[in-house]
Design a protein around this ligand. Sequence first.
Ligand SMILES: Nc1ncnc2c1ncn2[C@@H]1O[C@H](COP(=O)(O)OP(=O)(O)O)[C@@H](O)[C@H]1O
Ligand SMILES: [Mg+2]
Length: 241
Amino acid sequence: MIELTNVNKSYNGKVKAVENLNLSISDGQIFGLLGPNGAGKTTTIKMITGILNCDSGAIKINGIDIKQNAIEAKKQFGFVPDSPDMFLRLKGLEYLNFISDIYGVNSEDRIKRIDEFSKRFELTNALGDKIQSYSHGMRQKIVLMGALIHEPNVWILDEPMTGLDPKASFELKEMMREHAVSGKTVLFSTHVLEVAEKICDKVAIINKGKVLFCGTLDEMREHFKVNESLENMFLEMTENE
Ligand SMILES: Nc1ncnc2c1ncn2[C@@H]1O[C@H](COP(=O)(O)OP(=O)(O)O)[C@@H](O)[C@H]1O
Ligand SMILES: [Mg+2]
C-alpha cells in the first residue's frame, strides 16, 4: 500500500515537476503510472523511494512515512530505477550477494532465489561476468533480480519493460501478476500504453505533474462514454491540457 497526500516538487525552485499529487495504491493491484515523457513519473517514483524529498506533502509505504522513518519504509519495497547502469565493475553474482547482504537475506534463501530468477530471466550463464559486459536488457534483469531478492512486499518499477526481450518482458509481467494476486503491491511507470492496457488493474494518467485521471480502465471508458482504446483516451486527455 502506497499513499501520497498533496505531494509537490519543483526543481531549482521553478520547474514544477509534480503538483498537488494524491494517489492511493492498494494491495493486490498492479497500478500503472502513465504519462508522456516529462510528465513527472520518475520524479514521483524518486520521491516515493526516498531518493528525492518532496517539497511538501506526505508519502507513506505500508503506513510508514518515507521521510520520517526512511530505513523502515525502504525495507518495504524493491525498486528498479529507469537506468540499470550501476555497480558495473561487480560480477552479476557479486552484485546479488551484495544486495542480499544489505537486506539481510540468508544464504539458503538467496541461493534459491538467485537460481529461480536467473532461470526465469535466462541469465544463469552470465552471473560470473561483470555487469559492464552486459547488454541493457541483461542489466535490467540483474537490477530486477536484486530488487526482488529480499522478497519485498511492495514493488516499484520505473519503466521496467524498456530493453527487455519478449521472453523476459513476459516473465516480468507474469511475476507482477503473481505478486499482485498474492495480495501485495505493484507500482510501475510506463509510456507504453499497450503494456498498461494489458496488465494494469488501475491507472493514473499524469501530465505536467498533475493527475488527469485515476481509476480502472473500465472507469476510464465509462468516463469517456465510449469503447475507445487506451491510446485514444490518453491522447485526448494529454492533448487537451
Ligand atoms: N534533475 C532535474 N532538474 C531539473 N528538472 C528536472 C530534473 N529531473 C526532471 N526534471 C523535469 O521535471 C519534469 C518531470 O520529469 P520526469 O519526472 O523525469 O518525467 P517522466 O519520468 O514522466 O518522463 C520534466 O519537465 C523534467 O524536465
Ligand atoms: Mg521517467
